[in-house]
Design a protein around this ligand. Structure first.
Ligand SMILES: *[C@@H]1O[C@H](CO)[C@@H](O)[C@H](O)[C@H]1NC(C)=O
Ligand SMILES: *[C@@H]1O[C@H](CO)[C@@H](O)[C@H](O)[C@H]1NC(C)=O
Length: 177
């Protein structure tokens, strides 16, 4: 009795050790084979529009609308250990109070390699507003295209695909006619 129990125990210990090694190997190999993806981000236009004052405690709240173009070949990020890819466009700027902001204005989840070769003409999905209510004295912003890679096994990895070469100024606020 005792020896059968001990043998089963040994086998299961061996199996779980093997499983751990296999998972570690998958995580490590996919890390080693992750190629850096290529892409570009072009800001087509930025508009600043005065918003509805009442909703924001009677302060004049401005909103920014950013039109952008993305081309990116993210297929190198897809391997046997890629569960999904989270792609996002961020706006980085320092407001007039001196606070550094990194605002996600658009994102997309990609689950299949077939969907990872992208040409997108887009606009911010999320409200882009300045905490101080106005973009008036905010210096020009940089825009970035970044990803989070979610693997089946192992840790999340992050990367930057593209970044605007010149900072893009916020224009004067005006009503869209
Ligand atoms: C963005 O794409 C649109 C439509 O394809 C094109 O008309 C425009 O020139 C592009 N803008 C930039 C800055 O690449
Ligand atoms: C991605 O798309 C571009 C343009 O449509 C094409 O030239 C390129 O070969 C594609 N890459 C892959 C890996 O399919």
């Amino acid at each position: 009795m005792h020896s059968i129990y001990a043998r089963v125990n040994n086998v299961s210990a061996l199996l779980s050790t093997c499983t751990m090694c296999l998972l570690a190997a998958i995580a490590l190999s996919s890390f080693l084979f992750t190629a850096s993806p290529q892409g570009s981000l072009d800001i087509a236009s930025v508009q600043v529009v005065p918003g509805n004052a009442r909703r924001y405690r009677n302060k004049q709240q401005e909103f920014a609308f950013v039109n952008f173009n993305i081309t990116a070949d993210l297929t190198p990020l897809f391997n046997w250990n890629t569960k999904q890819l989270f792609l996002y466009v961020g706006a980085e700027y320092t407001n007039r109070q001196g606070a550094a902001n990194d605002v996600v204005i658009w994102d997309k989840i990609i689950r299949r390699k077939e969907d990872a070769n992208l040409t997108i003409t887009g606009r911010n999905k999320y409200v882009f507003r300045e905490h101080s209510s106005s973009f008036k004295k905010a210096p020009p912003a940089h825009y970035t295209l970044k990803y989070n890679l979610m693997p089946y096994v192992g840790a999340l990895t992050y990367g930057e695909i593209a970044r605007t070469t010149e900072p893009v100024p916020f224009p004067e606020s005006r009503e869209i006619s």
